[in-house]
Design a protein around this ligand. Structure first.
Ligand code: GTP
Ligand code: MN
Ligand code: MN
Length: 597
């Protein structure tokens, strides 16, 4: 290739990294963009991209008095969520992807997608987005470069990651970076694929413009590729929030918690404790992803690889999550929410009266009382973490924070009590591995369908689920002072289908017990399932508006429900085949024998 042609295939590259330059040229040769723009992450660039996006109708400016720096994006109505059935793990051996992932053979996948990517960026600009997942300079951090033809993606990556010059500086001459390629394509779902090549540290995504499919640093790199790297390198990439809780005495304890999508991570990470907890403080390190490895002190240390929040909008209001409302007050990109007559945002479950008239998420007029939702149920906000009033001072610490407790929680209308402490690491891994969560469409009043979602990682584990669980068990050997493990359930219902536990801020009461257990301060009661709070010296229920019967119900362990539960875990263990870790199948047998049949 003539050198001038190579130059035109690399744009005005601000790097001398030969591997990176060669790869960009190769991808440009395939996708054939009109021009190539290298992102530097500057304010000037943000302004330029935003103006361009507004001119092209990709972003709609919101009322700048009410929401300074905020914009609305409407995605294609056929492209509003992650697509698990179009998401593939491409490893040489099918066995390595395991029973919970879609698999494609790498060569076949590259061939198929090369066909779709050829000429896909004709008439478009290719943005080269270098980014860091993790605090700058952190030994835990990973570098990625995403090539995308979407200015919306470039602007979102700017919020969600440390993007631009800083990433190129950190990369230097190294070839250790994730190669991400994204094209919006023609948005036809028949030509939509999100393919991961863990062996090549590569991600190719085409045909979508929606968050989890296209912001490649998030679910694709930080979880799917991340979990794969974690197994190879001896660490954990998890779908977990990280928070610090500080007592009035000034003692800070860090916990990480895995709840499945839409089960309360963002809420818990930004929780405001009830008035009985004056002097206590909750601070957010992360709201969705944790990367954890053993520190020199033998404890488990965690960083949040992200720099922003890609949160669910509906249901967020100044009662349920005031800190999230503060996060979206400025410099936020909203996707698929409704717009008010004066150019502000609105979604179902926001504060105040429902407006008489709105523009719905598809840009159509909407009237109060309409049976259709004004905002899409999966509408989202992309907000910088620096907007968060309770952002932890450790959020940018390269070493992260030491984790004292790991918490697993699903959405269960019955069976699982409010809180249990695992007997030990192996038992805790069993609790996480057997996590279930209910599908929420319970309109008929029927009990929701329980889907097994081990560690809340079902859609995000980038390799064989059995190997993943074994990796969790093996991690114990590397951690001299492992965190204590807990299981929680905020979603138990009464006979009328109402949530018994008030949840949200009142989850502080459970968190306080967890903190006390971690520091060995409160006695417990042993049950079949684990340790639970004692009726005396247990949960602090002062000021809680809940009858003693309701407390008993929400903490109850019913043997018949547990017999059903253990039975319902069987297909999951069977699906793992020979890779079902023996330490976990033995835990299950032990529990079955203790319960009797
Ligand atoms: P992703 O960002 O998709 O991974 O989900 P997430 O885990 O961050 O979920 P989020 O915090 O956005 O949870 C949203 C849903 O959980 C909303 O419907 C909330 O109302 C509900 N929720 C959160 N905390 C509680 C709680 O303590 N009790 C009850 N009943 N509902 C809760
Ligand atoms: Mn998530
Ligand atoms: Mn969230």
């Amino acid at each position: 290739m003539a050198s001038t042609q190579t130059a035109s295939l690399q744009g005005n590259a601000p790097t001398k990294n030969a591997e990176l330059l060669a790869w960009v040229a190769k991808m440009a040769q395939m996708t054939q963009p009109d021009s190539i723009v290298w992102c530097d992450g500057s304010e000037e660039e943000k302004k330029r991209f935003t103006e361009l996006a507004v001119k092209e109708g990709i972003l709609i400016p919101l009322n700048q008095q009410k929401r300074p720096g905020c914009y609305l994006h409407r995605s294609n109505p056929n492209d509003v969520a992650r697509v698990e059935h179009l998401t593939f793990i491409c490893t040489t051996n099918k066995e390595d992807a395991g029973p919970t992932n879609n698999w494609m053979e790498p060569e076949a996948a590259y061939t198929k997608l090369t066909h779709l990517f050829t000429g896909a960026m004709k008439g478009r600009t290719m943005y080269v987005v270098p980014y860091v997942m993790g605090p700058l300079g952190s030994p835990f951090a990973k570098i990625g470069v995403e090539l995308t033809d979407s200015v919306y993606v470039a602007l979102n990556m700017r919020i969600m990651t440390r993007m631009g010059k800083a990433a190129l500086d950190m990369l230097g001459d190294s070839n250790d970076f994730n190669r991400g390629l994204h094209s919006t394509g023609d948005l036809n779902p028949d030509r939509r694929f999100i393919c991961h090549f863990p062996q090549d540290n590569t991600i190719w995504s085409i045909g979508s413009g929606y968050g989890g499919n296209v912001l490649l640093g998030k679910k694709c790199l930080a979880l799917r590729i991340g979990s794969y790297l974690g197994e190879q390198e001896g660490w954990l990439a998890e779908h977990m929030l990280i928070l610090g809780v500080t007592s009035p005495k000034g003692e800070t304890t860090y916990v990480a918690a895995a709840f499945p999508s839409a089960c309360g991570k963002t809420n818990f990470a930004m929780m405001i404790p009830p008035k009985e907890y004056a002097g206590w403080k909750i601070e957010t390190v992360g709201d969705d992803i944790a990367w954890m490895r053993t520190g020199p002190d033998g404890r488990l240390w965690a960083i949040n690889p992200e720099a922003g929040y890609f949160g669910v909008a509906p249901g967020t209001n100044s009662k349920s999550n005031p800190n999230a409302m503060a996060c979206v007050a400025k410099d936020t990109i909203f996707t698929n929410v409704a717009m008010t007559a004066d150019g502000d945002v609105w979604w179902e479950g926001m504060d105040g009266e429902v407006p008489e008239e709105l523009t719905d998420w598809q840009g159509r007029p909407w009237k109060k009382g309409s049976t259709e939702k004004a905002a899409h149920p999966n509408s989202r906000f992309t907000a910088p973490a620096s907007n968060n009033p309770v952002l932890s001072p450790k959020a940018n610490d390269p070493m992260g924070v030491p984790i004292s407790a790991l918490i697993f929680g699903g959405r269960r209308s019955n069976t699982v009590p409010l809180v249990i402490q695992a007997f030990n690491w192996t038992h805790g891994v069993f609790l996480g591995a057997t996590m279930g969560s209910e599908t929420t469409a319970a309109a008929t009043g029927k009990v929701g369908v329980v889907r097994r979602d081990p560690m809340a990682m079902l859609p995000f584990c980038g390799y064989h689920m059995g190997d993943y669980l074994q990796h969790w068990l093996d991690m114990q050997k590397n951690i001299a002072h492992p965190p204590k493990i807990f299981q929680v359930n905020w979603f138990r219902q009464d006979k009328n289908g109402k949530f018994i536990w008030p949840g949200f801020g009142d989850n502080m009461r459970v968190l306080e017990w967890i903190v006390n257990r971690v520091h060995g301060r409160v006695p417990t009661e042993e049950t079949l399932l684990g340790w639970v709070p004692r009726a005396d010296q247990g949960l602090n229920l002062k000021g809680l508006d809940l009858s003693p019967e309701a407390v008993a119900e929400v903490t109850s362990i019913k043997e018949d429900e547990w017999k059903t539960e253990l039975k319902s875990q069987e297909p999951f263990f069977e699906s793992l085949g020979l890779k079902a870790p023996e330490a976990l199948t033995l835990q299950r047998k032990l529990l079955i024998s203790r319960l009797g049949s």
